[in-house]
Design a protein around this ligand. Structure first.
Ligand code: DON
Length: 326
């Protein structure tokens, strides 16, 4: 299959639709000023082949796509102990909802809603401070670390290029993130957060503020289509050189399919049939297990907070290639 041709065709079909529908996230200025007319798509195959079209090399705010990588860091350090604090069920509620936490005694439904990602951030702060588990492929463990550095090290190692936070976005997230402040305090009231809420929030607001391109994201997520093996064929030795074990990679894919696109996960499984993780910056990472990873970006969002044309592009990809879990 000629993937470059497929991506070029999708770019040609999507481009006339840009700006016509959907709403760019406006809760912070750095997102509100991104033009709706962007579209990028990139893929990385199990064998390392890459293809890109449109604005695939332009960095954008990955926002909640980062939840995929913080989950990866926590799973590979804690293994099944992570699930003592976080569930694995779709929430059926908006990503920043507080209501379910009250009924479920501060245990978030899954790691991809905000409450779950904050609980994961708490685990990452603990493991970095304790010097448990190294945070990237090259550094030995031992000694206190900063969880934000662990995440950047992982992302840079996976992407094969330096990845950074956008300081303006991190500051704006902190200035406007009142619901996240509420969520973490609420969980702490149930004894489910170990660290200071300020430290957990600082980690979370920074992870939302990572800037990456589709090309970098498709590559960085490559371990999910290779049974956990490093997308560039190197990396940290957890399991014969893998980023995560093959079992963990399957589980991350399962969570992406069931919980990765807010409360639209059922519709996404129905219409696209791929594990996906989206963010309000308009990015989506999708996985065809054992074949390839995709990243798409278009800033205008649908009512659920997923990229409208990003989802359309994934639908086109599945229709053109026949590649889907189902
Ligand atoms: O936490 C927030 O409210 C924003 N940074 C939105 C993050 C996002 O992409 C949606 N989350 N699931």
């Amino acid at each position: 299959m000629n993937f470059q041709t497929v991506l070029d065709e999708i770019d040609t079909e999507i481009r006339p639709l840009l700006g016509a529908a959907g709403t760019v996230a406006s809760y912070i200025p750095a997102l509100a000023r991104v033009p709706a007319e962007h579209f990028g798509i990139a893929l990385h195959t199990r064998d390392g082949e890459e293809a890109c079209a449109g604005d695939a090399r332009e960095p954008f705010s990955i926002q909640s796509v980062s939840k995929l990588f913080t989950l990866t860091l926590a799973m590979r350090c804690l293994g099944d102990r992570l699930w003592e604090r976080i569930g694995r069920e779709p929430s059926g509620n908006p990503f920043n909802s507080l209501v379910q936490l009250e009924f479920e005694a501060g245990r978030p439904r899954n790691p991809f809603i905000n409450a779950g990602a904050l609980a994961v951030a708490d685990r990452l702060v603990t493991q970095a401070r304790a010097g448990e588990c190294e945070g990237d492929g090259d550094r030995p463990g031992g000694g206190p670390r900063d969880a934000r550095d662990d995440l950047l090290a992982l992302m840079s190692d996976l992407a094969g290029e330096a990845v950074a936070f956008d300081a303006e976005v991190a500051a704006s997230e902190a200035a406007t993130g009142f619901r996240n402040v509420a969520l973490v305090n609420f969980m702490k009231s149930f004894g489910k957060i170990d660290n200071d809420v300020a430290d957990v929030l600082d980690m979370y607001f920074h992870q939302c503020a990572i800037r990456m391109s589709c090309a970098q994201l498709a590559r960085a997520a490559g371990f999910l289509c290779r049974d956990g093996a490093h997308p560039l064929g190197r990396g940290r030795a957890t399991d014969a050189g893998n980023v995560v074990t093959d079992r963990q990679a399957r589980r991350i894919n399962a969570l992406m399919l069931t919980c990765g696109t807010y409360d639209a996960a059922g519709d996404v499984a129905f219409s696209i049939g791929l594990p996906c993780k989206s963010g309000v910056g308009g990015g989506i990472v999708a996985v065809v297990p054992d074949r390839l990873t995709l990243a798409v970006w278009s800033p205008a969002l649908d009512a659920s907070g997923n990229s409208l044309l990003g989802m359309k592009a994934l639908e086109l990809f599945v229709a053109k290639t026949g590649l889907s879990v189902f």
